[in-house]
Design a binder for this molecule. Structure first.
Ligand code: ACO
Length: 250
């Protein structure tokens, strides 16, 4: 994927890591040039659109604006090109987006466990370059930078291509069934610090099948990184109703 500007000051040489501050590679400090940051925004937006198109998504899940409002990390792989390259120099090969998320996950025995794993959120290699090992190079770079074992990752709605990729390169072929969009594999829970096990799982896990109307448990406020709590989208700031002992299953 090519751009009508020189990618070197925007992305650096081969791997570029971008966080919510959207700092161009050539300007690590806060006094970066505005045009470079605009070019970085363009690269991220175009990659996000290409990934959404490749996955058949109705809208991109990756954009510069979304990066700014989340604590995600974007690994971008570029082909720096050789000395013979004329502007625009180099091209972007693809990207991988990861981030930590609090999730309720089922272990092999069906117990709900609250965990905060590193999640694979978006992954894309340009169509003309797939199956050339670029995805693996990018994924390996991310694993090393984040110091994470691939079995400890949660994958958000993986495509068939990504499932094949994980099977081939990391032997991940034994998913633990979940009721949300995330896929985890055998080894995910081994020696992992668990935030907590839920006596009463959160909605919708707590919907009771037959014999009466479904019971909806208390919606737990989300805990923010600054320690304050906030309700899920669409809810007011009113404190949650007190939990009845019976709803805790005691
Ligand atoms: N069909 C089936 N499997 C594929 C395909 C494909 N078209 N492309 C890659 N794979 C899998 C296979 O296991 C393949 O091995 P094989 O060629 O021996 O069968 C392996 O990946 C190749 O490994 P790499 O070359 O390192 O991977 P690549 O550079 O192709 O990157 C990626 C993998 C990112 C999944 C790429 O194929 C892609 O961008 N696909 C389209 C977008 C996509 O599906 N992204 C994942 C969305 S889900 C998410 O992001 C959480």
């Amino acid at each position: 994927m090519e751009f009508p500007f020189d990618l070197t000051p925007v992305l650096g040489d081969r791997f570029c890591v971008v966080d919510q501050h959207l700092r161009p590679a050539g300007r690590p400090g806060p006094t970066h040039r505005g045009d470079l940051q605009q070019q970085l925004r363009t690269v991220i937006d175009e990659l996000g659109k290409a990934s959404a198109k490749a996955q058949g998504l109705p809208a991109p899940v990756t954009s510069a604006a979304r990066m700014e409002s989340n604590r995600h990390v974007l690994y971008i792989l570029r082909d720096p090109g050789g000395a013979a390259h004329r502007p625009p120099r180099g091209a972007v090969i693809g990207f991988l987006k990861v981030g930590y998320k609090k999730l309720f996950l089922l272990d092999r025995t069906g117990v709900h466990v609250e965990s905060e794993p590193l999640c694979v959120l978006d992954f894309y290699i340009h169509e003309s370059l797939q199956r050339h090992g670029h995805g693996r190079a990018l994924f390996q770079h991310m694993l090393q930078s984040e110091r994470v074992d691939p079995r400890r990752l949660a994958i958000d709605r993986p495509s068939q291509k990504l499932l094949g990729f994980l099977r081939k390169h990391y032997g991940l072929d034994d998913p633990i069934p979940q009721v949300n969009n995330f896929v985890i594999f055998e080894g995910f829970f081994s020696n992992r610090p668990v935030l907590r096990e839920e006596a009463e799982p959160p909605w919708p896990f707590n919907l009771r099948p037959a014999g009466g109307s479904p019971v909806r448990g208390t919606l737990r406020p989300f805990v923010r990184r600054d320690g304050r709590t906030e309700p899920p989208a669409g809810q007011t700031d009113a404190p949650p109703p007190p939990r009845r002992a019976s709803s805790l299953g005691r």
